[in-house]
Design a binder for this molecule. Structure first.
Ligand code: IMP
Length: 428
C-alpha cells in the first residue's frame, strides 16, 4: 500500500516535475492534491521538453493513471489546452481522472485576481494572476463551483448567481469594472462541463481502492512548503496547502495510508513573487545563479529571485512535512564556484535563530549566518554514483543533509531524465 507524497521543500520550482516523472515510472497513480495552473513543471524526455501547469506530470507515462484531486482548483480551459497540446504530440490523455469535488476556476476568478492585485498596490502578493486565490476564497466562503455542478444547468445557474451577487457589486462599485453576466457565464461553464465529463470520477474512492489493492500512489504537490497558506511566509503565499498534510485533505486519503514523504530541494534557493527571502542575492552571484540555472518561471516567464541554500528553511520543511527523504536538484548549477555559502541560521536583531521564526516580522528581518564550503570545477553530469562526485561536492551534499535533518536520497546532476544519482531507493 505505498502512498508516497512528493512536495517542494523551499519556495517552489525545485524541479519536482522531473522527480515525479522519475518516480512515476514505478507507480500506478499520480495524484495532484493542491493548487491549479499556477504551478509549472518542465518535464524533459529525450529531446522533448514539456511544460505542464495543471496536469500531473506523470501524464506522459502511459502506464499510470493521472489524477486531479479534490484539493486542486481546475481551470477547464487551461486543462483542455494542455490536453490538446499533449495529444497533438502523440501523448494520450484519455486515462486522466478529475475529481468531481474539485473547485472550478471560472473566468471571473481570473478577473478578480488581477484587479485585486492592482488594487493592493505596494501590498500586492505578486500572484500568477491565474485566479487561484479567488477560486480558493470562494471555496472557503462556500460560494465555489465544483466540477459536478457543471452537469446540472439549473443548479449551476443558481450557484453562479450566488457567487456573482457580491462580486458584481465589488467589481462595479469598488473596482470600476463592468458586472459579469450570470447567464453567459453559466452557458460557458456548461459547455466546458460537457467536454470535462468523460474525465470526471470519484477520485477519492479510486485512490483508496488502489492503495487497498497494494497499488502505489504518488501524491504530487504543487508550489512548496514556504508558500503554504498555513505554514509558509504568510501573506506572501499561495492559497492552498502544498505541505504533506494537503495530500490527505486534497485527495480524500487518510494519513495512515502515507508511507513516505519526499521533499524536493534545490542545491541553492529561488523565489518568485513578493515576500521575504533571507538568502536572496542582489549582486552578480544572484545573476550568475539565474543564468546558470535558467531561473525563469515556466508559468509566467518571470525571472526568479536567487540565493544560497537556506538550511533553516530546509530543516523547517523536514519538520512540517515529516520528510523521510530529500531529492536534491540542480547540484550541477553550482559547478565552477570557488566557494559556496550555506545559510545555517538567522540573525534577528542580534539574536541567533536556528529554527524558523513564526513571527513574520522576525522572518522579514532575518539576516543569514553563513558557513562556506569549497566548490568544485569538474562537470558532474556524467556521475552516476555518489562516490564519483568530486570530494568537495560530496562534502557539500553531506553538509546539506546534516543541516536539513533528513537524508538526501537522490541528487540531480543535469536536466535530462538520467542526470540523477540515486543514493537510496525512493520507492520501497
Ligand atoms: P498564486 O498562487 O497565483 O495566488 O500566487 C501566490 C504566490 O505563490 C506568488 O508569490 C506566486 O509567485 C507564488 N507561486 C504560485 N505558484 C508557484 C509555483 O509553482 N512556483 C513558485 N511560486 C509560485
Amino acid at each position: 500500500m505505498p502512498g508516497i507524497v512528493l512536495i517542494g521543500a523551499q519556495w517552489g520550482d525545485e524541479g519536482k516535475g522531473k522527480a515525479t516523472d522519475l518516480i512515476g515510472t514505478k507507480v500506478d497513480y499520480v495524484a495532484r492534491f493542491n493548487g491549479g495552473n499556477n504551478a509549472g513543471h518542465s518535464v524533459v524526455v529525450g529531446n522533448e521538453s514539456y511544460a505542464l501547469h495543471l496536469l500531473p506530470s506523470g501524464i506522459i507515462n502511459p502506464h499510470l493513471t493521472p489524477v486531479i484531486g479534490n484539493g486542486v482548483v481546475v481551470d477547464p480551459e487551461v486543462l483542455f489546452q494542455e490536453i490538446d497540446g499533449l495529444e497533438a504530440r502523440g501523448i494520450d490523455c484519455s486515462h486522466l481522472k478529475v475529481s468531481e469535488a474539485a473547485h472550478i476556476i471560472a473566468p471571473y476568478h481570473r478577473t478578480l485576481d488581477k484587479v485585486t492585485e492592482r488594487f493592493l498596490g505596494k501590498h500586492k502578493i505578486g500572484t500568477t494572476g491565474r485566479g487561484i486565490g479567488p477560486a480558493y476564497a470562494d471555496k472557503i466562503n462556500r460560494v465555489g463551483i465544483r466540477v459536478h455542478d457543471l452537469f446540472n444547468a439549473k443548479h449551476l445557474h443558481d450557484k453562479v448567481e450566488a457567487s456573482l451577487h457580491q462580486k458584481n457589486q465589488m467589481l462595479v462599485k469598488l473596482y470600476n469594472r463592468r458586472p459579469i453576466d450570470v447567464d453567459q457565464t453559466t452557458d460557458e461553464l456548461l459547455k466546458l462541463g460537457e467536454r470535462l465529463k468523460p474525465y470526471v470520477a470519484n477520485t477519492g474512492l479510486i485512490l483508496n481502492k488502489a492503495l487497498d489493492e497494494g497499488k502505489t500512489v504518488l501524491f504530487e504537490g504543487a508550489q512548496a512548503t514556504m508558500l503554504d497558506v498555513d505554514h509558509g511566509t504568510y501573506p506572501f503565499v499561495t492559497s492552498s496547502n502544498p505541505t504533506a498534510g494537503g495530500a490527505c485533505t486534497g485527495t480524500g486519503v487518510g494519513p495512515t495510508k502515507i508511507t513516505r514523504v519526499i521533499g524536493v530541494s534545490k542545491a541553492y534557493a529561488t523565489r518568485v513573487g513578493e515576500g521575504p527571502f533571507p538568502t536572496e542575492l542582489f549582486d552578480e552571484s544572484g545573476e550568475w545563479l539565474r543564468q546558470q540555472g535558467h531561473e525563469f518561471g515556466v508559468t509566467t516567464g518571470r525571472p526568479r529571485r536567487c540565493g544560497w541554500f537556506d538550511a533553516v528553511v530546509n530543516r523547517y520543511a523536514s519538520q512540517v512535512n515529516g520528510l523521510t527523504d530529500i531529492v536534491l536538484t540542480k547540484l550541477d548549477v553550482l559547478t565552477g564556484l570557488k566557494e559556496i555559502p550555506i545559510c545555517v541560521a538567522y540573525d534577528v536583531d542580534g539574536e541567533r535563530h536556528d529554527d524558523m521564526p513564526t513571527d513574520q516580522a522576525a522572518f522579514a528581518a532575518a539576516k543569514p549566518i553563513y558557513e562556506t564550503m569549497p566548490g568544485w570545477d569538474e562537470d558532474i553530469s556524467d556521475c552516476h554514483t555518489f562516490e564519483e562526485l568530486p570530494a568537495t561536492c560530496q562534502d557539500y551534499v553531506k553538509r546539506l543533509e546534516e543541516l536539513s535533518n533528513c537524508r538526501i536520497s537522490a541528487i540531480g546532476t543535469g536536466p535530462q531524465r538520467d542526470h540523477i544519482i540515486s543514493v537510496h531507493s525512493l520507492i520501497d
